[in-house]
Design a protein around this ligand. Structure first.
Ligand code: SF4
Ligand code: SF4
Length: 407
């Protein structure tokens, strides 16, 4: 009598599985290897394997292993190190599959009003961007456009300065929050009425403070505070002699150059600049102008290769399910006291009337930015929903929920 031989088919805990619209994606969070399948039998098998009570392992008959569609699927599954097969005479190889359980799960915290309204929420504040003024005479053509897409200085005709008292208050509150990054921006911060006093006020935050000064403004700066981190926006076309003066001015400081690129011509000039000045610490930020759709489609829209180019950890995938990793934890204070979780959303309140705790609580409740995830179609029905980066300001300004070539 032939007794059918069985095996345990088990999946490794480092493999992320997504099943949508009868399509399967398996993704190895350490190697970045992935496999996709849309055959009914294979999708059903993986669904069963992920049933809670099965603990990542199901029994499979030997004859199935030799039959389509299982045969090629299981061969690839083992070859890509997604899991294994064990003779069923051995103990079931149960797997402790990771579950989404962020340490401070926001929804849980929201239910717990007592904790939620307490000082605990200050721990969510990771980055504070303070615009101390809005005056600047540089007249860069894309001043407002850059600021709405990336961190950058911005000016307007209000000519407002953040009051010294307001700045002192917010810095005092920040001292007790785990704010890892404090960005000080303007306008041109050199024109801030209390610029000279800033050095003393920022002293306790020196290690985590970034001073943002456009290259055109820094080129003319008389006094710079030493020992701070400088972030230098560079908009195009670049005035090369002013840029050289800026590079010389910063020769003894830690500086990161931010090139705001609208097309190939800007990119070529940026490449020329960082090569002749031997600049290695730079970032390139594409800027959407409504006239450069093609440039964006070519250089910013995601392809499948982009999505799978670098392994993502389970933590990163889980974070994409709950948080917007671009905006979470960041607040922006403008010189008129208005505070935003994203400068493209409505203000959360004003620092003259609301406390930092009020403002963080408001964002946790209203979700103007921090928890905006890929929850809209077509992303909500896409297998790569949580592998793709969180939505950025580009999606918002271009008016499309997905900047990719996949749908
Ligand atoms: S230097 Fe900055 S604030 Fe001034 S105009 Fe240019 S982008 Fe705007
Ligand atoms: S549809 Fe959305 S989730 Fe899918 S690949 Fe495009 S951007 Fe990513």
């Amino acid at each position: 009598m032939n007794i059918a031989k069985n095996y345990w088919l088990h999946i490794f805990p480092q493999v992320y599985c997504c099943i949508k619209n009868e399509q399967l994606l398996l993704y190895h969070t350490q190697t970045g290897a992935y496999m996709e399948n849309n055959t009914k039998e294979v999708v059903a098998l993986m669904q069963e394997l992920h049933q809670k009570h099965n603990l990542g392992a199901v029994s499979i008959e030997e004859k199935q292993l030799d039959t389509a569609p299982y045969k090629s699927f299981i061969a690839e599954f083992i070859e890509k190190d997604m899991g294994g097969l064990v003779d069923s005479s051995q103990e079931k190889p149960i797997q402790l599959m990771p579950v989404l359980n962020l340490q401070r799960d926001i929804e849980k915290l929201q239910k717990d009003r007592e904790r939620f309204t307490g000082e605990d929420v200050l721990h969510y504040l990771l980055e504070l961007n303070i615009y101390v003024n809005d005056a600047c005479s540089a007249q860069c053509p894309l001043c407002t456009t850059c600021f709405r897409q990336n961190m950058c200085c911005t000016s307007n005709s209000k000519q407002q300065d953040l009051s010294k008292k307001m700045l002192q208050n917010i810095l005092a509150k920040t001292q007790h929050a785990p704010v890892g990054k404090l960005n000080i921006l303007g306008g041109n911060i050199l024109q801030y009425a209390h610029y000279e006093e800033l050095e003393t006020m920022l002293q306790p935050f020196k290690e985590r403070t970034h001073l943002w000064l456009h290259y055109l403004n820094i080129a003319k700066a008389e006094t710079l505070f030493s020992g701070y981190k400088y972030d230098i926006p560079v908009t195009f076309p670049v005035n090369e002699s002013a840029f050289s003066a800026c590079v010389n001015r910063l020769s003894k400081e830690q500086a990161t150059f931010h090139f705001f690129i609208t097309g190939e011509e800007d990119y070529n000039q940026a490449e020329h600049l960082f090569s002749i000045h031997a600049i290695t610490n730079y970032r390139l930020h594409p800027i959407y102008t409504e006239m450069n759709k093609h440039f964006f489609e070519e250089n910013v829209y995601l392809t499948k290769d982009d999505i799978f180019s670098n392994p993502l950890s389970f933590c990163e995938i889980f974070a994409h399910q709950k948080l917007n990793t671009n905006f979470f934890g960041s607040l922006t204070l403008m010189p008129d006291g208005e505070v935003y979780a994203n400068v493209n959303s409505s203000a959360l309140g004003n620092i003259t009337t609301d406390t930092l705790l009020d403002l963080i609580n408001k964002e946790m409740n209203d979700n103007t930015a921090w928890r905006k995830i890929r929850s809209e179609a077509p992303c909500s029905g896409c297998l790569y929903q949580y592998l793709c980066p969180s939505p950025a300001n580009y999606e918002y300004l271009i008016g499309r929920p997905n900047l990719c070539h996949l749908t």
